[in-house]
Design a protein around this ligand. Structure first.
Ligand code: T3D
Length: 269
């Protein structure tokens, strides 16, 4: 694949937008062009009322191998005496906005993990609302192996997803966690046969796209916010969100459709 190939492929099927990371020669690792393309596509989709679910997947045999460690903009310079690069700026400028864009996205985001997901690539997937993986895929918290800590939200996500004991082992050892094991420990939702991944991801996306998007995004927001709340605070938050949703078109539509014994047509976003 030529270096000037589009780093991100974008396809619309009805209300479902599929974004394919497209640097297969480097296992879809992130360089500046891929970062810009992905965040740009997410921003555009967030403002497009016709998009009601996003699927992120990878081209070729990998999902995403995290940061492109050969990118001269951020890779350490081995020349004796060369000044170290400030990769904190990279995290602030690229990975933080990416993780937040997914957590604040107005409609569900699915990761369809088609192969190895390492470093920030693993955590890109784990930031998504639902992670579906091919049975042959794997997740690697590769950071410790190169002297770094989990980023792209990994330090927040991992203990919440799998508990501290599993999270510590995943992060400290950096071992490959196969998709079946990832499902068993609760790191991901489900793995499916490799040949079924794309179809299952699209079917799931179409199903979510027909659901009340605003309520789904508020569910994610409540789950994230409740981490900082006690039970009373969580109950208050639920009341505040229900108050808003109870005044929405989709609630009226959902209840009307229930009594009319017809399929609802949800519109809010
Ligand atoms: O700047 C900063 O570092 C801060 C940002 C941090 C965020 C991060 O994501 S840090 C973590 C970075 N990622 C890694 O450390 C993972 C590195 N990759 C691997 O450990 C392995 O490639 C995999 C376990 C993911 C897959 O192994 P395998 O044996 O299936 O494939 P491979 O042969 O290692 O890789 C295939 C090609 O992709 C190879 O290129 P080549 O030899 O065919 O020309 C390899 O160099 C390239 N590749 C894989 N990962 C990266 C990469 N090239 C650049 N950057 C990568 N991350």
């Amino acid at each position: 694949m030529a270096d000037d190939a589009a780093p991100l492929l974008s396809r619309r099927d009805g209300a479902v937008l599929t974004l394919t990371l497209n640097r297969p020669q480097a296992l879809n690792s992130f360089n500046g062009a891929l970062h810009e393309a992905l965040i740009g596509a997410l921003k555009q989709a967030a403002g497009d009322a016709e998009v009601r679910c996003v699927v992120i997947t990878g081209a070729g045999r990998g999902f995403c191998a995290g940061q492109d460690l050969s990118d001269p903009a951020v890779a350490p310079d081995p020349t004796p005496g060369a000044a170290p690069k400030d990769i904190g700026d990279l995290i602030e400028a690229r990975y933080k906005p990416l993780a937040l864009a997914i957590h604040r996205f107005p409609v569900p985001v699915i990761a369809a993990v088609n192969g190895v997901a390492a470093g920030a690539g693993a955590n890109l997937a784990l930031n998504c609302d639902i992670v579906l993986a091919a049975r042959s895929a794997s997740f690697i918290q590769a950071f410790a192996k190169i002297g770094l800590v989990p980023d792209c939200g990994g330090s927040w996500l991992l203990p919440r997803l799998v508990g501290r004991a599993q999270a510590m082992a995943l992060a400290l050892l950096g071992d490959k966690c196969g998709a079946e094991e990832a499902q068993r420990i609760g790191l991901i939702w489900r793995c499916v046969d490799d040949a079924a991944l794309a179809g299952e991801a699209q079917a799931l996306a179409a199903r979510l796209a027909a659901m009340p998007s605003r309520a789904l995004a508020e569910t994610r927001r409540a789950f994230d916010a409740c981490d900082r709340l006690d039970l009373a605070g969580a109950l208050s938050l639920e009341g505040e969100v229900q108050r808003r949703l109870g005044m929405s078109h989709d609630y009226l539509e959902g209840v009307s459709a229930f009594f009319a014994k017809r399929a609802p047509v949800f519109k809010d976003r």
